[in-house]
Design a protein. Structure first.
Lengths: 464, 481
């Protein structure tokens, strides 16, 4: 529970730090704050309990989700060095907003009350709307922010509507009580509110994790937003969203599995189809990663479809594997595209990676391993992530879903290899890339993590 | 422990090479050679201490909650392929000694990494460990082929990569399905579960496994990636692909498909045999008409793999034993032949059969080695190809006399294309291109001599190998009942 308190306070402190003349202190201070939050998160380990008048619940699963969120946030903030702390920007506001958004994300992992879920989603989303448009002079960024805001607000509205319906059906916001009610036998049919409520709630959350068919905002917003916030969106927001989806379906609505699984499986398959097929023809690396993010939402939904007592672990592992690989990929993109401007914007085409293995063997290796991990090739964490979600889907007997998912991962291999081929087998222009040791440590950490989890997946699985 | 050492030595060797990136070309080559020879020494030690009573293996918990273990163990079949791998990798490394590759440390590290994974595949006793190594073997070879390959290599090797991964994903579905049914990942335990499955499920399992392994070998109609990949890759990658990686496919058929889908094999095995034998004849006919010598050997590989697949699918002891022996023979011969192609290409700059001729006059030594390896490849008695091919044809014939007859064409067709290759390149009048052909050097003899020796030794004493594998093959046949 402590990270929520810590980050609320430190977020405010960060805002005030902005008054200082030197902006140099902001990044180390924010990193320190997130690190403190990370440590404070571990206090509740193995001591589950309800907090704040039964509004929030700490459990080992929610602590793991929170840890992944804070770890991703820490790495992303560290990578932001040199990108958002220049004199034109407002680093204090950015770092404060990032910390506030983390508060929202953490609430989404351990809500016990639907109101808390709603507040968490809102805190996270509003921060993200602002950060998406933070590059004020960039038209694409402004368009992205507006698009994200309009569609996001609409989705949140639907979600709130769903929560209201559920209250109408259950007379409670508490998710455990809702389950107790569902388990009681009823003489006549359950109110239709209940079904509409579950559907609407799911739609709202699936929008946040950019699952098809609620994914239309994703490519444009990912492309328009500054890369650092795109990374944040595709890791922190997605982890929080899946933590919430899993929590609400597992705790509250697992008795209604027969009702919602058809809907979830449809969306999983749609996500896999649309994203993988579209990603094949993308030339922009960033857009390709946006579609890849949609496809990974599809894979994670498979764990939800195969809901069993292991699915939570599968989603945790998948989120972590995905976050590590995504941060590596975006990190490489940020460095490589930084000084290669096209129309005043960084060149984010796949061609910008051409000849990377000669310009910086380290970055090329980081890129290759992150792509292999996203493609789910053995030796990397991504493979076990896929393996676990496939095993979950298989445990409910959905073999045909597996066949589709596997055919789509074969398609995925095709486009994930494009950057690798560009980096290793094509000749590019430009000078060698000098990398600060700070960057090397961060990217080395994410890459080593991908490999280590690929060899010893039990490192994370054993925790639960 | 012995099994684990076989995996660890090349793995550590490749890491050391990567760490010593700045060192000279010579030291990279020597380190890689020493590491691979150390692996060979361990493999030979395993061979001498091997007995069918005791098992050599270790089992560590890998994923506790899923009951998935790091379980490697050596039985007769594994031992044979471990020996093959350990024998060929030093030769492949030695074959590169004349050549300087850019980024040499990474190059040799990738070869050793491939060896690590191959050792893992041939010893794994846990289905997911098997899958893990099976995929992991492809990655280093893909990178060797794509980065150090010819101009068109990125496109062609990428096709190979997607093709084979696509196939193995079918296998993954089948393995996950079996695992869910059997609640175990041990190969031996799952075989009992597999027997209880419905015929329908068995048929699907057969197809999932068959497609996965047929792409790897390759077998008609999944072979379209192979000729291009073999001819565009740099020779060491081609050697790895034809000598070792294609054997993973046959090994998978024996170790995974036969015990897990016995009913499926009974229902569809003959169909698979028909495909394999059509592929055999088709590949041979193309090889006969081929003028590019590297492609010619690629197609001859394709034809040989077809016969091995047919032998395994026949599901009797002769077919499987023959396939095992032939895997070793073909692995050794293919590496030898590709090396000779490389020697010819390095000296003449061409792989065109019509431009060659008369090399014998310049270098009788090369043509003697070539002759021995070629005779092994056409399965002349007293060479390594003979016993394997004989047993394979016997196995196929026992299953279906007609198929046996057609498969027998391989003896004639194989002789036609190999003798044509020999005659057009080695004999006849020398011309401008071959006039200055230099004699084989010491490092080349170091590769060719062991290969030629093995061709003859295996031809004279096939029983040494057959005796090792027989109990293991019998136990697989027992599982199928």
């Amino acid at each position: 529970m402590y990270p929520i308190l810590v980050l609320s306070v430190t977020g405010l402190v960060t805002l005030f730090l902005g008054f200082l003349k030197s902006k140099k202190i902001l990044l180390p201070a924010s990193l320190l704050f997130v690190a403190v939050a990370f440590l404070s998160n571990l206090i509740d380990w193995n001591s589950p309990g309800l907090y704040f008048y039964e509004m929030l619940e700490a459990s080992n699963l929610s602590i793991l989700f929170t840890s992944i969120i804070l770890l991703s946030a820490f790495l992303i903030m560290a990578l932001s060095k040199g990108f958002i702390d220049d004199e034109h920007a407002h680093p204090a506001e950015y770092f404060a907003l990032l910390q506030f958004s983390l508060v929202g994300a953490i609430m989404m992992t351990n809500f016990q009350n639907l109101i808390m879920l709603f507040i968490g989603v809102e805190i996270l989303s509003v921060s993200m709307y602002i950060l998406t448009g933070s590059d004020k002079r960039n038209l694409r960024g402004n368009e992205a922010a507006l698009k994200y805001f309009l569609m996001g607000a609409f989705a949140t509205g639907i979600m709130l509507f769903g929560i209201a319906m559920l209250y109408g059906a259950n007379y409670t916001f508490n998710i455990t009580d809702a389950r107790t009610l569902l388990l009681q036998p009823v003489t006549d049919v359950r109110p239709v509110f209940l079904y509409v409520g579950v559907t609407f709630l799911l739609i709202g959350l699936l929008f946040k994790v950019s699952a098809a068919p609620f994914h239309f905002w994703t490519p444009d917003v990912y492309e328009g937003a500054p890369t650092i916030f795109t990374t944040f969106m595709s890791t922190v927001v997605k982890t929080a969203g899946f933590a919430a989806i899993y929590r609400i379906l597992e705790v509250s609505f697992s008795p209604m599995y027969n009702f919602w699984w058809v809907m979830v499986v449809t969306m999983a398959i749609l996500s896999l189809f649309i994203s993988n097929i579209t990603a094949v023809s993308q030339n922009s690396f960033k857009r390709m990663l946006a579609f890849s993010s949609i496809s990974h939402a599809g894979y994670m939904l498979l764990a939800v479809v195969g809901l069993n007592n292991k699915s939570g672990d599968s989603i945790v592992f998948y989120s972590l594997a995905y976050a590590l690989a995504t941060i590596s990929a975006f990190g490489v993109l940020m460095v490589v595209s930084k000084d290669r401007l096209v129309d005043g914007r960084p060149n984010e085409n796949i061609a910008v990676l051409n000849g990377l293995s000669k310009k910086s063997p380290f970055l090329a290796a980081v890129l290759a391993i992150s792509m292999l991990s996203l493609a789910g090739i053995p030796l990397t964490a991504g493979f076990w992530g896929k393996f676990y979600v496939f095993a979950d889907a298989a445990s409910r007997g959905h073999i045909w879903v597996l066949v589709i998912a596997i055919a789509m991962s074969a398609v995925g291999i095709y486009y994930y290899f494009k950057p690798i081929i560009a980096a290793y087998m094509k000749d590019g222009e430009g000078d060698n890339i000098q990398l600060s040791s700070f960057y090397k440590i961060i990217l080395g950490f994410t890459t080593a993590g991908s490999i280590l989890l690929g060899l010893f997946p039990d490192l994370v699985r054993e925790l639960l | 422990m012995l099994a684990l050492t076989l995996i660890l030595i090349p793995l550590i060797g490749s890491l050391v090479l990567l760490l010593l990136k700045g060192s000279s070309v010579g030291s990279s080559k020597n380190t890689a050679l020493v590491v691979s020879l150390a692996t060979l020494a361990v493999a030979i030690y395993a061979f001498t201490t091997f007995s069918t009573q005791t098992t050599i293996g270790v089992k560590y918990s890998w994923m506790k909650d899923l009951n998935i273990n790091f379980h490697v163990s050596i039985d007769g079949i594994s031992l044979l392929l471990v020996l093959l791998t350990a024998f060929l990798v030093p030769l492949i490394i030695a074959s590169t000694f004349k050549h300087t590759y850019k980024n040499h440390a990474s190059f040799y590290a990738l070869i050793l990494l491939a060896e690590t994974a191959l050792m893992g595949v041939f010893m794994a006793r846990d289905i997911f460990l098997f899958y893990f190594f099976y995929e992991a073997a492809l990655i280093p070879v893909y990178f060797i082929a794509a980065i150090w390959g010819g101009k068109d290599a990125p496109r062609i090797t990428f096709k190979m990569f997607v093709y084979t991964i696509f196939g193995s994903l079918f296998m993954l579905v089948a393995l996950v399905y079996l695992y869910m049914k059997g609640a175990s990942a041990e190969i031996d335990q799952l075989a009992t579960t597999a027997k209880l499955l419905s015929p329908n499920a068995q048929n699907l399992l057969f197809w999932a496994f068959f497609i996965a392994f047929a792409i790897k070998m390759p077998v008609l109609p999944f072979h379209t990636w192979q000729p291009d990949a073999y001819s565009e890759s740099p020779t060491p990658a081609t050697m790895l692909l034809s000598g070792l990686l294609s054997k993973m496919g046959v090994y998978g058929l024996i170790r995974i498909m036969l015990p897990f889908a016995p009913v499926g094999v009974a229902n569809w095995g003959q169909f698979g045999m028909v495909l394999s034998i059509i592929g055999l004849i088709y590949g041979s006919i193309i090889a006969i008409q081929q003028n590019n010598i590297k492609r010619l050997i690629a197609y001859s590989s394709f034809a040989h793999m077809g016969l091995m697949a047919a032998g395994v699918l026949s599901g009797n002891i002769n077919g499987i034993q023959g396939a095992l022996l032939q895997m070793v023979a073909h692995g050794v011969n293919a590496v030898g032949l590709f090396f000779i192609v490389k020697i010819i290409y390095d000296r003449t700059g061409t792989r065109d059969l019509t431009a060659l001729g008369g090399i014998t006059q310049k270098t009788p030594a090369l043509s003697i080695y070539f002759m021995i390896i070629m005779l092994g490849s056409v399965a002349l008695p007293l060479t390594n190809g003979f016993v394997g091919e004989f047993l394979l044809l016997k196995g196929v014939y026992d299953k279906n006399a007609w198929l046996g007859g057609f498969a027998g064409l391989t003896i004639i067709l194989g002789a036609v294309y190999m003798l044509r290759l020999m005659q057009r390149s080695m004999f006849g009048e020398s011309n401008d291109i071959t006039a200055k052909f230099k004699d084989v050097s010491g490092s080349e003899v170091a590769v060719l001599l062991p290969i030629a020796a093995v061709v003859l030794i295996m031809g004279l004493f096939p029983n040494v190998f057959l005796k090792i594998t027989e109990p293991a093959v019998n136990s697989i046949l027992q599982m199928m009942k």
